[in-house]
Design a protein around this ligand. Structure first.
Ligand code: CP
Length: 395
């Protein structure tokens, strides 16, 4: 009779063979089979499974090996398994329930692991087409959507607006309908006009993801911010987050206010009166025009970029004065919670809204982590929305 260690070793090898043959992510495997994202990692740490567990896993693998649809393999007990997205599109956080937000974040967690592997590719979006349509400049959002689509095995096209027929006067809706006729599965759209992405979504058959529309919403930014906070602090409820700076022009602020409040966090906004939207109190936030009072005892200080490209006329007396009163530096941060963390969606204006050394301080700044989480969140969005389209919300 063989010893427990040999049996466990063989079982572990069977799983590793399954994972390498199918390309399935170990976190997803654990979730799908055992409702435990750490199952494979625990085994790798030499934890011994019970006989019943081995039977269950072997039956599952036998049923799914050679089945190309294993990625959608369902376990009704899994966290996101039974979730039905209420919408075909992701246009704003305002439209999402807390359960939907949690589903996006849970799936994003599994993609963080995939992105840290040497082999980062899977076949979740095999056969699907994603078109990125950016009418406004972007580095983080456009690159991370492109990377996300490619890592999931999809066909990704980036439409260059500068060399497209938009330059000959083609309207947004005509452009969208033209692309729609090519049967994409997802259009990722950024536009300078608030509401334009929703308008476009009403004219197409595919899913549309809002990559930022004017000063309205930037839902994937809020999701990646939430994922960053949840991974660092372990929760999204019972925190105090101060969103500081150019709130007036910020779609990031709006999406974050909706998301953080939906998840049970208290939100403050801190800005000069000229950079606060009219009736900001209606969002249910606490409003401050004094930076020290606004960030006192906060867990997270989220800085916003001064969006001079959206300003007509002067909203601040001078850049120097703005930094003096509203720029975040160590001295101002000292009134926040002693372990308070700093965030910024980027691109940053160093020395205008944030002190450069503080932005680079890995003990206090989450800015690099935000960029990493951006890829995982966008993978989760593409995955969930395409499964939702095809009537498969499992996993
Ligand atoms: N945060 C953000 O949306 O950055 P980009 O404009 O570079 O996409």
């Amino acid at each position: 009779m063989r010893g427990t260690m040999a049996i466990t070793e063989q079982f572990r090898n069977e799983i590793e063979n399954f994972l390498s043959t199918t390309g399935m992510d170990p976190t997803r495997f654990g979730r799908a089979v055992m409702n435990d994202p750490n199952f494979v990692f625990d085994l790798r740490e030499k934890r011994s499974p019970t006989a019943a567990t081995m039977d269950k896993v072997r039956v599952w693998m036998a049923a799914h090996l050679g089945n190309n649809d294993f990625e959608s393999a369902t376990n009704p007990d899994t966290g996101t398994g039974s979730l039905r997205l209420s919408q075909r599109h992701l246009l704003g956080i305002e439209d999402l329930s807390p359960d939907e937000i949690t589903a996006y974040l849970d799936l994003s967690d599994t993609y963080v692991e995939q992105n840290r592997r040497a082999d980062k590719k899977s076949a979740v979006l095999r056969g699907r087409t994603i078109i990125n349509l950016f009418f406004e400049t972007s580095t983080r959002t456009s690159m991370s959507f492109e990377l996300a689509g490619k890592r999931l095995g999809g066909d990704v096209l980036n439409m260059s607006v500068a060399t497209s027929s938009v330059k000959k006067g083609e309207t947004l809706v005509d452009t969208a309908m033209t692309l729609n006729a090519m049967h994409p599965d997802v259009l990722v759209v950024r536009h300078s006009e608030s509401g334009s992405v929703k308008l476009l979504s009403e004219k197409v058959n595919c899913s549309v993801i809002n990559a930022g529309d004017g000063s309205h919403e930037h839902p994937t930014q809020a999701l990646l911010d939430a994922l960053t906070i949840r991974r660092r602090l372990g929760r999204l409820n019972n925190l105090t987050v101060a969103i500081c700076g150019d709130v007036l022009h910020s779609r990031v602020a709006r999406s974050n206010i909706y998301l953080l409040q939906a998840m049970g966090t208290r939100v403050r906004v801190v800005a000069p009166p000229t950079l606060l939207p009219a009736e900001i109190e209606r969002f249910g936030v606490d409003v401050f025009t004094d930076m020290t009072a606004g960030i006192k005892d906060c867990d997270i200080v989220m800085m916003l970029r001064l969006q001079t490209e959206r300003m007509q006329g002067s909203y601040v007396p001078s850049i120097r004065e703005y930094f003096r009163y509203y720029g975040l530096d160590r001295e101002k941060l000292s009134v926040a919670h002693p372990n308070a963390l700093v965030m910024h969606p980027g691109p940053m204006n160093r020395g205008i809204e944030i002190d450069s050394a503080l932005a680079d301080d890995i003990d206090r700044s989450l800015i690099r982590e935000q960029v990493e989480m951006g890829v995982a969140v966008r993978m989760a969005c593409l995955d969930l929305l395409t499964r939702s389209q095809h009537g498969d919300n499992s996993k």
